[in-house]
Design a protein around this ligand. Structure first.
Ligand code: PGA
Length: 246
């Protein structure tokens, strides 16, 4: 399985800064294949210029969210169809910042993932527990619930990637211990086995304060098949170093 390193730029930067970032990655990638798929997920308004830049390159493009419908009266929303139209191959759904800030729940995340699939996109479905849930030893129960509720039963490794992102690790500089990451990733793999024939082929990403210093140790954990990178994906050097940590 080829690992995936995905850069989630969130609501950061400008077209100019995003262009510079991608030009830097393209330059490095032209010299060397780090052995992983590389994905960038810019803000919607930067998708078009970035799509033009990475055309005919191995760098892939993704949206950070999509609406569950193909089109219609949804002011401010973007559909999976539109993401595909602008040149995306991927879309992140169910990121905890969407779950919390936009009150998204498993059911709508499942429908977004379905719409992604229907429109030819790979859905990166995010899961993760809060600090309280971890302290109360509820992590695996929460993950199980999110897995059951937000992954379409028709999903396959070709159209679905799962990202485990403990909410308390996102943007905080805190990371779970390697044992804690392994426990959750092994659990996700086992749960997939119950529902999907191709369960061993699904890519499982870890996300939450991955940086060039901890990436290698995290990526060497069993059942970690890459990373979803926030802050550290905004600097070419850091992101490239992370891509080379597999
Ligand atoms: P972070 O974000 O790497 O800045 O912690 C990860 C994410 O939210 O996807």
């Amino acid at each position: 399985m080829r690992p995936l390193i995905a850069g989630n730029w969130k609501m950061n930067g400008s077209i100019a800064s995003g262009t510079n970032l991608v030009l830097g990655i393209l330059e490095q990638r032209a010299e060397h294949d780090p052995g992983c798929d590389i994905l960038v997920c810019p803000p919607f308004v930067s998708l078009r210029p970035i799509a033009d830049l990475i055309q005919n390159s191995p760098i892939k493009l993704g949206g950070q969210d999509c609406h569950m419908d193909k089109g219609g009266a949804h002011t401010g929303d973007i559909s999976a169809y539109m993401l595909r139209d602008v040149g995306c191959q991927f879309v992140i759904v169910g990121h905890s910042e969407r779950r919390v800030n936009h009150k998204e729940e498993n059911r709508s995340i499942l429908l977004k993932a379905k719409s992604a699939h229907d429109n030819g996109l790979v859905a990166i479905i995010c899961l993760g527990e809060t600090l309280e849930e971890r302290k109360e030893s509820k992590t695996l129960t929460v993950i199980k619930h999110q897995l059951e509720g937000s992954i379409p039963e028709t999903a396959s490794f070709n159209d679905t990637v799962i990202a485990y992102e403990p909410i308390w690790a996102i943007g905080t500089g805190l990371t779970p211990s390697n044992e804690q990451i392994k426990e959750v990733h092994d659990f996700i793999r086992d749960e997939l086995k119950n529902n999907f024939k191709d369960s061993t082929e699904f890519r499982l990403l870890y996300g939450g304060s991955v940086n060039p210093d901890n990436a290698q140790a995290i990526f060497s954990i069993n059942n970690v098949n890459g990373g979803l990178i926030g802050g550290a994906s905004l600097k070419t050097e850091d992101f490239w170093q992370i891509c080379n940590s597999l």
